[in-house]
Design a protein around this ligand. Structure first.
Ligand code: NAD
Length: 419
């Protein structure tokens, strides 16, 4: 059955943002057309033997946006509602994210339409291996390097690395990032996106001349990214007042302890009925009174329907594409500052880049070296974006996108057109 088009389609969001910024910066029309399109989109069939002996066929994709500044790079998402349009949006955003933070990669994204909650570990492994085999012709350490995203993790990356290496006949750790440490992963990668969110949040709060201490933080999606952001922000003195997952959230204006919440979640598989907290829905969570709101779940969560009711003073986009363009306009009128996704959550791809460099050298850095380099890149990127926004009287998103697109356009121009 054909899938229903999504309301607040992420590709429309990504394209509208690109078109608006392109117009503002007078991007030449030929470059605009090149960047609106994709270098390559591969759709694959992933037939897999299920535990009950039947064969199920899943749909998989790999989308490559632009490699003007380096090999393609981007995560692998497993989700039952995944569409090609989601991946196009995410791949384009990866191009801007890498460019903004001076990571020498271009944007890509991939995934399989499946529901990991309904699959056994064996089925997930077979899907991953068959999918890797199917996209193998277009991935490579100097061509396209996958990484984890929603519902994939370091185990998924280990299976991908093993499948690719077996097929090639030699061990190729650099084919994916976000791997386990003992097969070429990097220290600091697991928490990098969350730590990066904490660094960019601290930079934004510093610009407002406020202390981080006791800032009330609400986090939607307490998964890999959201929970790491919560952990580091709590360490920096913030008060985490609400967190959620796909089934709902909890709220305590006096503060939740990260470690206690995580221990409860590990034991119960949910946040529901967490002691001394109110159970809330994800919709309610987004509208709570707080200083900092971190959407760290899926795209298109802040829309024209709820933007008017958002009470945060600062939004730091942990997820990719959580705010629609209509919501952006409403939030701007309300003078709510947004640290855009391509800056706020770039920590993951930055440390993925560090992992790729370490794999190429077969020489591994200590965690402190990784984190110091991460902080340096993010603080520099934040300052560039902030100063450009001040100078041009525009939002941080517009500033970040203008800086990023300009570097990609310059790379295209200086390389020239083949043949
Ligand atoms: P994850 O699967 O570990 O966590 C996602 C969390 O969001 C889970 O707690 C899940 O239950 C929750 N969730 C899912 N749907 C939800 C909904 N509709 N409402 C509320 N919560 C919901 O995934 P992750 O790796 O933490 O990624 C989260 C977001 O961050 C995604 O948008 C991803 O693209 C983005 N991101 C991830 C990385 C990374 O390094 N993992 C890097 C950059 C950006």
């Amino acid at each position: 059955m054909p899938k229903k088009p999504k309301i607040n389609n992420p590709w429309q969001t990504a394209l509208t943002q690109f078109n608006n910024v392109s117009k503002l910066m007078n991007l030449p029309e030929d470059i605009h057309q090149m960047l609106k399109n994709f270098s390559r989109i591969l759709t694959v069939s992933v037939p897999v033997r299920m535990d009950n002996g039947t064969i199920a066929s899943f749909e998989g994709f790999r989308v490559q946006h632009c490699s003007a500044r380096g090999p393609y790079k981007g995560g692998i998402r497993y989700h039952p509602e995944l569409t090609l349009e989601d991946l196009k949006a995410l791949a384009m955003e990866m191009t801007w994210k890498c460019s903004l933070t001076d990571v020498p990669f271009g944007g890509a994204k991939g995934g399989v339409v499946c529901d990991p909650k309904k699959l056994s570990p064996g089925e997930l492994e077979r899907i991953t291996r068959r999918y890797t085999y199917a996209i193998q012709p277009i991935i490579g350490t100097d061509m396209d390097i996958p990484a984890p995203d929603v519902n994939t993790n370091e185990q998924t990356m280990a299976w991908m690395m093993d499948t690719y290496s077996m097929n090639k006949g030699f061990c190729s750790p650099g084919i994916v990032t976000g791997k386990p440490l003992n097969i070429g992963g990097s220290l600091g990668r697991a928490d990098a996106t969350g730590l990066g969110i904490a660094y960019t949040t601290a930079s934004a709060i510093r610009q407002n001349k406020k202390p981080l201490k006791n800032q009330k933080v609400v986090i939607q999606g307490y998964g890999n990214v959201g929970s790491a952001a919560g952990k580091f922000l709590e360490e920096m003195g913030c008060r985490i007042v609400a967190v959620s997952n796909s089934t709902g959230g909890i709220y305590n204006p006096g503060g939740l302890s990260h470690n206690t919440v995580m221990a409860y979640y590990r034991e119960n598989g949910s946040f529901k009925h967490f002691p001394r907290a109110e159970n809330i829905t994800n919709a309610e969570l987004l509208e709570l009174p707080c200083d900092i709101l971190i959407p760290a779940a899926m795209g298109s969560q802040i829309t024209k329907e709820n933007a008017g009711r958002i009470r945060a003073k600062l939004i730091v986009e942990g997820a990719n594409g959580p705010t629609t363009p209509e919501a952006d306009e409403i939030l701007s009128l309300k003078k709510i500052t947004i640290v855009p996704d391509i800056l706020a959550n770039a920590g993951g791809v930055i440390v993925s880049y560090f992992e790729w460099v370490q794999d190429a050298q077969s020489y591994f850095w200590c965690k402190n070296e990784v984190n110091v380099k991460l902080r340096m890149l993010l603080e520099r990127s934040f300052n560039d974006v902030y100063l450009f926004a001040q100078k041009n009287k525009c939002s941080l998103r517009t500033s970040a996108m203008m800086l990023a697109i300009k570097k990609v356009a310059d790379a295209i121009a200086v390389r020239g057109l083949y043949p």
